[in-house]
Design a protein around this ligand. Structure first.
Ligand SMILES: NC(=O)c1ccc[n+]([C@@H]2O[C@H](COP(=O)([O-])OP(=O)(O)OC[C@H]3O[C@@H](n4cnc5c(N)ncnc54)[C@H](OP(=O)(O)O)[C@@H]3O)[C@@H](O)[C@H]2O)c1
Length: 225
């Protein structure tokens, strides 16, 4: 298990419940925010919910405080966030991007601004970070609503793509959450396929009246077999 993870955007819909679950699993958690006071409030909420502690820090300091950093912010604010953490990252840090550029997935203006059809949010984020960063992408298909339902284990597959030397740390974060399964989804370029799956799931949620559809890849060998 990684000893420590920093959640940039750890005050949010996805980042906060993941932070709570990792804290419950015994991982040291840092909650990052653009505002120190907001991080402190989230850390207090985490303590109340889980009985565990988390360190509240502004995003750049949070990014500097751990070897593994997950970024859970909206695509609309993504570029300034990446710029704000780039200089603080530890050499060789693992950065996991969970961004879903929903605007790009449905053909919005961002597509033309950032050229997302040719790439992905994760690849765009990587471009702002030091060359030695082990960039990965994952957790796109984990429902924030399901993650907030703390009495129920999160289920489904987490498709993770990116730097091969970053994936073991991502796998450990996935394995720390019972009933989630790590699936190696190849190189970071595959983020352009994985990110839009969330847009698909949002539509499925609407049609089936739920807020927690996910993904399960069949036909894989049992772990350890
Ligand atoms: N929600 C889901 O079910 C889900 C599932 C999978 C993936 N995702 C993806 O994960 C990312 C986070 O989703 P979310 O639902 O957690 O988002 P969110 O709650 O709207 O935002 C997360 C955090 O990002 C910061 N933030 C908000 N607006 C920002 C802006 N314009 N610029 C910079 N930072 C901003 C805020 O933190 P501070 O104000 O504390 O800085 C906020 O608490 C998104 O890219 C989303 O597509 C979401």
């Amino acid at each position: 298990m990684p000893q420590r993870v920093a959640v940039v955007g750890g005050t949010g819909e996805l980042g906060f419940p993941l932070a709570c679950r990792w804290a419950q699993a015994g991982i040291e958690v840092v909650i990052g925010s653009r505002e120190q006071a907001k991080a402190e409030k989230a850390a207090a909420d985490l303590a109340e919910l889980t009985g565990k502690t988390a360190e509240p820090l502004a995003n750049p300091e949070a990014a500097a405080s751990a070897d593994v950093v997950i970024v859970t912010v909206p695509f609309s604010g993504f570029v300034p966030i990446y710029k704000s953490i780039a200089d603080s990252l530890r050499p060789g840090a693992v950065v996991i991007d969970a961004t879903v550029p929903v605007e790009a997935s449905v053909g919005g203006k961002a597509t033309h601004v950032f050229g997302i059809w040719e790439g992905s949010a994760a690849q765009l984020g990587k471009a702002f970070l030091p060359k030695n960063t082990k960039m990965c992408a994952g957790f796109h298909t984990v429902s924030a609503s399901a993650a907030r339902d703390f009495d129920v284990p999160l289920e489904g597959d987490v498709m993770v793509c990116g730097h091969k030397d970053g994936k073991p740390a991502v796998r450990e974060l996935v394995d720390a959450l019972p009933d989630l399964r790590f699936v190696d989804a190849g190189p970071l370029e595959n983020a352009r396929i994985i990110e839009p799956i969330t847009a698909l799931l949002i539509g499925i949620n609407h049609r089936y009246g739920t807020d927690r559809s996910g993904i399960h890849v069949t036909g894989l060998p049992e772990e350890g077999s």
